[in-house]
Design a protein. Structure first.
Lengths: 884, 113
C-alpha cells in the first residue's frame, strides 16, 4: 500500500514535474496572500502587508525544495538535477575536467588491463564443463607436474577419488596434408582425454579410451576449431581424411568446439593426437619407461563428495606402494592437487605472484591518481568557497552541496573509467590475438569478461567517492557569513593540510613505481649482457626433428653428419654443430647422475640432477663455448668406443671438487653405465636466465642419438645474408623436412620473453607514476603560486631577491616533494625485493638504480615547478597591486 | 513572541492532524487553527508547515483538494483520511501517556521516594 503510494507519487512527479512545481508555488503564494489579507485588515497598507507576509514566511526556495523532498521520489529527480548541474559546472572548466578524466582513464585503464590478465590466467577456470572440480596432480615436495606414463596408468587405475584421470603432453610434429609439409604444435593425450573433460565434438567424433590397443594403435587426429578454420577452410568433408604425421598416416576424426583450446591456458595447439602413438609422433616411445618423466601432465575431475584432501590421501597411498615396488624409478611419490591450466604451481605460482604484485602496483597508481584528484578537488572547493557560501546563505543545505560535489567527482570517475576501460579492451583484444613468439604456440587469452567490466565500474565508483570525500571537511566548515563578509581571505596556513599529506603520499607512491620500474629495466639490461655459456652473435639456428621426415633409429646420425658437412661448405661458415635441444629453450632435459662408487641406484642416492645435452663434436666450437680442461668430442666417440662426457665447471665442482680433478674421472648414469669425463667447459644458463649455476652434462650425440635437433651455424658474415644459402642447402638434402631458420638472438627472445614482458609492464606503470607525480606537483605548485600572487607581489615590491621569491613560492612544494621521494625510495627498495624473484638480477641495492630514481624524481620536480616558478618570478607588482 | 514554546521534534505532524480533524482547512487555516487551539503558545515557522503537509499527504493521512477560501482566494484544502484519523487517535494516546509519565516523574517530592 505504502509502496504503491510511493510509486504513484514518484511516477506523478517524474511525469508532471513542472505541473507539481507550479502547484507547490501556487499554494505557498496563496498562504502569503492570506497572511497579507490578515495584516491588511489589521491596518497595514497592501504593499507593506505583502512584504511582511513574505518575510514571516521565510526562505521560499528552501521550503519549496523541502516540499519536493517530502513528496518522495526525490532521489531520482534530484540526482538528475545534480547531474545536470554538475555537467554544467564541469563544462565551465574544461581544462580541469580534461586533466581529471585523463588521469582517471589512465589509472583505471591500467587496473582493468592488469586485472583482466590476472583474471584470465589466474582466476578464471579452464573453459571446460564443471571446471571447479577439475584438478591437476603434482608430485613430490617440489611440485613437479611431469609424470611417467606407467605411473600415470597406476594412478588412473588404482585411485578411487577421480571420475577419470587423463594425461597430456605438448610436442611439435611434422604435418603433411598433401602439399607443403609444415611443423605443427599438438597435444598428445590419453584416449579418455575428451571424455574425462566432458567435451563434445563440434564435428565428427573424438577418440576414446576404447580406441587404444597398445603402441601406435590409434592413428587419429582431432583438430582445434581454429586450425580447421585456418588450414581446412571450415571444410566439413575433412572428417575421415588421411594426413601424414612424420610420414605416418593419421585419420582426422573430428573437430573440437571453438571454445575448447586444450588444457594449457597459454598454449594453443593445432590438434590432438593419442599418446599411445607417441613413437610415430616423437620418434621415441616413453610408454614403458617408468623412470623417464617427460612433460606428461595429469588431470581429472574429483568424484562428487570427494574432498581434495581425501583425494591426496588416496593418491599418496598408491604412491607409497609405487615407491616400494619400483625403488629405482619412483623416488618421492607424494602428491598434491593444483589448478590445471598453468602447468600447476610450476608456472602458475610465479605467474600468479607476479600478476598479484602488478595488480598491487596498479592499485597504487589508482591511489596516487585519487590523491592527485583529491587535492585538485580540494583546491577547487577552496576556490569555490564564495559560491558555496552564497548557496548556503540562500538556504541550500550543506548536504545538498556535498551531494553535488560528490556527483561531480563520480561523474568524472565514471567518465574516466569508461574511457580507460574502452582503451584497455582494445589493448586486451590485441593481446589475445598476439603470438609473441613466432615459433611457439604461445598466446595470452586475456579477452575481458563481465568480471573485468564489473571491477572497472567498482574501481571508478570507489575512486570517485574517495577523491570526492577530500573536500568534505572544507565544505562542512565553511562559514557563509564570514566568507560573504570578508571575501576570500588568502589564508596561507603554515599548518600541515590534508592537501599536503595527499601530495606526500602521492609522490611516495610514484617514487615506489619509478624505483620498481628502474630495478626491472636494469635487471633486464644486465640479463641481456650476462654470460650465457654460448655466444649468440653471428650464429644461425636450423631447428628440426628428423622424425618429422621419417628418419628414425640408425638413419638419424648419418643424416645429421650429412647436414653438418653440407652446411660447413657454405662460404663464410666457420663451424656447424648439432645439439638435441638448445639451452634456454622452454625448459631443459634433466637426468640423474650417481657417483662412481654408488651401487644402489635409487633416486634418493642421486649425486646431482643435471641438465643434459647431446652434442656433435663441433658443437662447442660452433656455440662459442669455452673448453676449460681436457678435450671435446670427436667423431670417434661413437657406439663402438667407451662412453664419455663433457661436464661444466659447476658439475666438476660439485662431484669432483674442482675443474682439474674432473678430467679422467667417472660417474654413473641412471642405467648404471660408468661414463668417463673427458673435458670441462664453462658454466652457462640452461633452464632460465635467472637460475643459479647449474651442473650440466654434455654427451656425444653418436652415443645417445636424438632425432630432435638444432644445427648451430657460426659464420663471420651477417647471418641474414647466409639465410638463403642455409635454407637451400637443407632443402636440397631433404625437401620433405620441415624446419625453422632463425638467428640465435631471435631464438633468445623466447627465453627473455617473460622478463621482457615483466619489464615492459613495470616500465609502463613506472612511466604512469612519473606522469602522475608530474601533474601532482605541478598542480600543487601552480595553485600555491596563484593563491599567493598578491603576497609575492608585495615581497617583490619591497625588494625581495629572486631566491627569496622562489623560496616563498615553491619552498613548501619542494619540501613536500623531498619528503615524498625519500619515503617512496625507501618503500621502492623494499618492494624491489619482490621483483627480484621475477626479473633476473633485479637488485634494489644497485647504486645506479638509486641514483636514477633520485635523479628522476628531482627532474620531475624541476619540470613540474618550472612554469609556476617562472610565473612567480615574472610578477609585475605594480600591475598586481593595481588590480587588487 | 519570546514566551512562545519551541515545538518538540515530531509534534508538528500531530498538531496538524489535530487541527485538520476539526474540519477541512487550507494551509494558512491550519496555522491559524493551531494558534487558536494552543492559545498562541507555540512558535511555528510558517514555511515549515508545507513540507509537513506534503509529507502527511504522501503518507496517506491527509487528502488535499483545491477550493475557494473565505477570502475568495484559490487555496488547497486538507482533510483527514480514515488512516489519518486512526493515526491521530494512536498518537494522541501515545502523547498523553508520555506527558503523564514525564509529568508525574517531574512532580515527584523527596518524601515519595
Amino acid at each position: 500500500m505504502r509502496l504503491l503510494t510511493y510509486v504513484r507519487s514518484l511516477a506523478a512527479k517524474l511525469f508532471h514535474a513542472s505541473q507539481i512545481a507550479e502547484e507547490v508555488d501556487e499554494e505557498l503564494q496563496s498562504h502569503i496572500q492570506h497572511r497579507a489579507d490578515d495584516l491588511e485588515h489589521a491596518g497595514m497598507d497592501r504593499a507593506e502587508a505583502e512584504r511582511r507576509a513574505r518575510i514571516e514566511f521565510g526562505g521560499q526556495g528552501r521550503f519549496q525544495e523541502e516540499c519536493h523532498e517530502a513528496l518522495g521520489g526525490n532521489f531520482v529527480e534530484s540526482l538528475i538535477h545534480d547531474v545536470r548541474f554538475s555537467l554544467r559546472v564541469l563544462r565551465k572548466s574544461p581544462g580541469f575536467t580534461m586533466v581529471a578524466v585523463a588521469t582517471l582513464a589512465l589509472a583505471i585503464g591500467a587496473n582493468a588491463v592488469v586485472f583482466a590478465v590476472l583474471n584470465a590466467l589466474a582466476l578464471r577456470p579452464l573453459n571446460v564443463p564443471r571446471a571447479e572440480s577439475l584438478y591437476a596432480i603434482e608430485r613430490g615436495s617440489d611440485k613437479a607436474v611431469n609424470h611417467s606414463y606407467p605411473d600415470y596408468l597406476d594412478l588412473r587405475d588404482r585411485n578411487r577419488s577421480f571420475e577419470a584421470l587423463a594425461a597430456y603432453n605438448v610436442t611439435a610434429v611434422g604435418l603433411d596434408t598433401g602439399n607443403n609439409p609444415s611443423s605443427a604444435w599438438i597435444l598428445e593425450v590419453t584416449g579418455n582425454y575428451f571424455d574425462a573433460l566432458g567435451i563434445q565434438p563440434y564435428l565428427g567424433r573424438f577418440f576414446h579410451g576404447a580406441d587404444e590397443h597398445g603402441p601406435n594403435s590409434a592413428p587419429y587426429i582431432v583438430l582445434t576449431h581454429a586450425f580447421w578454420h585456418s588450414h581446412f577452410q571450415d571444410d566439413g568433408g575433412v572428417v575421415g581424411r588421411t594426413v601424414q604425421l612424420n610420414k605416418h598416416p593419421f585419420t582426422i576424426l573430428g573437430v573440437a568446439p571453438p571454445e575448447f583450446r586444450g588444457t594449457l591456458l597459454f598454449v594453443f595447439p593445432d590438434f590432438w593426437v593419442p599418446l599411445v602413438n607417441q613413437e610415430q609422433v616423437e620418434g621415441t616411445n616413453d610408454l614403458n619407461t617408468r623412470g623417464k618423466r617427460g612433460l606428461l601432465m595429469v588431470l581429472g575431475h574429483l568424484k562428487a563428495g570427494v574432498s581434495p584432501k581425501q583425494a591426496i590421501a588416496d593418491l599418496n597411498a598408491i604412491g607409497t606402494d609405487l615407491e616400494k615396488a619400483y625403488p629405482k624409478d619412483d623416488g618421492q611419490m607424494t602428491f598434491s592437487l593444483a589448478r590445471p591450466g598453468l602447468a600447476g604451481d610450476w608456472l602458475g605460482g610465479p605467474l600468479t605472484g607476479f600478476l598479484t604484485g602488478l595488480m598491487l602496483l596498479a592499485g597504487l597508481i589508482l591511489l596516487a591518481a585519487c590523491a592527485n584528484l583529491g587535492s585538485l578537488f580540494s583546491a577547487r572547493a577552496a576556490d569555490r568557497s564564495r559560491e558555496m557560501a552564497l548557496r548556503l546563505a540562500l538556504g541550500s543545505s550543506r548536504r545538498r552541496i556535498l551531494r553535488s560535489l560528490f556527483t561531480e567527482a563520480v561523474l568524472i570517475s565514471l567518465l574516466g573509467g569508461a574511457i580507460g576501460l574502452w582503451g584497455s579492451v582494445i589493448l586486451l583484444r590485441g593481446l589475445s590475438v598476439w603470438h609473441p613468439l613466432p615459433t611457439a604456440p604461445i598466446t595470452l587469452p586475456v579477452n575481458p569478461d563481465t568480471n573485468v567490466y564489473l571491477v572497472a565500474l567498482l574501481l571508478a565508483l570507489a575512486s570517485g567517492f574517495l577523491f570526492g570525500a577530500v573536500p568534505v571537511r572544507q565544505v562542512l566548515r565553511t562559514n557563509a557569513y564570514e566568507v560573504v563578509k570578508s571575501g576570500l581571505s588568502a589564508r596561507v596556513g603554515r599548518r600541515t593540510t590534508v592537501r599536503d599529506l595527499l601530495l606526500v603520499a602521492q609522490i611516495a607512491i610514484c617514487a615506489v613505481l619509478v624505483t620498481a620500474s628502474m630495478v626491472a629495466v636494469r635487471g633486464l639490461a644486465r640479463s641481456l649482457h650476462s654470460n650465457f655459456g654460448f655466444e649468440p652473435q653471428n650464429a644461425m639456428l636450423v631447428e628440426t626433428d628428423l622424425s618429422m621426415a621419417g628418419y628414425s633409429g640408425d638413419a638419424v646420425p648419418p643424416m645429421q653428419k650429412r647436414m653438418i658437412d653440407a652446411l660447413a661448405t657454405i662460404p663464410g661458415v666457420q663451424s656447424v654443430g648439432v645439439v638435441d635441444r638448445l639451452p634456454l629453450y622452454y625448459g631443459a632435459n634433466g637426468s640423474n647422475v650417481f657417483t662412481d662408487t654408488t651401487t644402489d641406484l635409487r633416486p634418493s642416492n642421486v649425486a646431482a640432477h643435471v641438465m643434459t645435452y647431446k652434442i656433435s663434436p663441433e658443437y662447442l666450437q660452433a656455440a662459442g663455448t669455452a673448453l676449460l680442461a681436457g678435450r671435446g668430442f670427436s667423431w670417434h666417440d661413437d657406439m663402438k668406443s667407451p662412453p664419455v662426457a663433457v661436464v661444466n665447471r659447476e658439475f666438476a665442482r660439485r662431484i669432483y671438487g674442482s675443474t682439474t680433478n674432473a678430467v679422467g674421472k667417472y660417474f654413473k648414469t641412471r642405467e648404471g653405465t660408468g661414463t668417463q669425463v673427458v673435458g670441462v667447459i664453462e658454466d652457462g644458463k640452461y633452464a632460465s636466465l635467472a637460475e643459479d649455476p647449474q651442473p650440466a652434462l654434455f654427451l656425444p650425440i653418436l652415443q645417445s642419438p636424438s632425432s630432435g635437433m638444432a644445427l648451430v651455424v657460426r659464420s663471420n658474415r651477417d647471418p641474414q645474408q647466409l639465410a638463403g644459402a642455409v635454407k637451400r642447402t637443407v632443402q636440397e638434402l631433404d625437401a620433405g623436412l620441415p624446419f625453422t631458420l632463425r638467428t640465435w638472438n631471435q631464438e633468445l627472445e623466447s627465453a627473455l620473453f617473460p622478463s621482457r614482458m615483466a619489464t615492459l609492464s613495470l616500465g609502463v606503470l613506472g612511466a604512469m607514476g612519473a606522469v602522475l607525480a608530474l601533474t601532482g606537483i605541478f598542480g600543487m605548485a601552480a595553485y600555491s603560486v596563484s593563491k599567493r600572487l598578491r603576497e609575492l607581489g608585495i615581497r617583490i615590491a619591497l625588494g625581495a631577491q629572486r631566491k627569496d621569491v622562489l623560496n616563498a613560492a615553491l619552498g613548501r612544494a619542494l619540501k613536500l616533494l623531498a619528503y615524498g621521494s625519500v619515503a617512496g625510495l625507501f618503500l621502492g627498495i623494499l618492494a624491489s625485493r619482490v621483483l627480484a624473484y621475477i626479473v633476473y638480477q633485479a637488485t634494489p641495492r644497485d647504486p645506479l638504480v638509486l641514483a636514477g630514481a633520485v635523479l628522476t624524481m628531482a627532474l620531475l620536480g624541476l619540470l613540474a615547478t618550472w612554469i609556476p616558478a617562472q610565473r612567480a618570478l615574472n610578477l609585475d607588482p605594480l600591475v598586481l597591486l593595481r588590480e587588487e | 513572541m519570546t514566551d512562545q514554546a519551541q515545538l518538540l521534534p515530531g509534534t508538528l505532524d500531530l498538531l496538524i492532524l489535530k487541527a485538520v480533524s476539526l474540519g477541512p482547512l487550507h494551509g494558512y487555516g491550519v496555522l491559524l487553527r493551531i494558534g487558536q487551539i494552543s492559545g498562541r503558545a507555540l512558535l511555528i515557522e510558517q514555511g515549515a508547515l508545507y513540507p509537513a503537509l506534503f509529507r502527511l499527504v504522501r503518507q496517506g493521512l491527509l487528502k488535499a483538494s483545491w477550493g475557494t477560501s473565505e477570502n475568495n482566494r484559490r487555496a488547497k484544502f486538507y482533510e483527514l483520511t480514515a488512516t489519518g484519523r486512526k493515526r491521530l487517535r494512536e498518537e494522541t494516546e501515545g502523547w498523553n501517556r508520555l506527558a503523564a509519565a514525564i509529568g508525574s516523574a517531574l512532580a515527584a517530592e523527596p518524601e515519595e521516594v
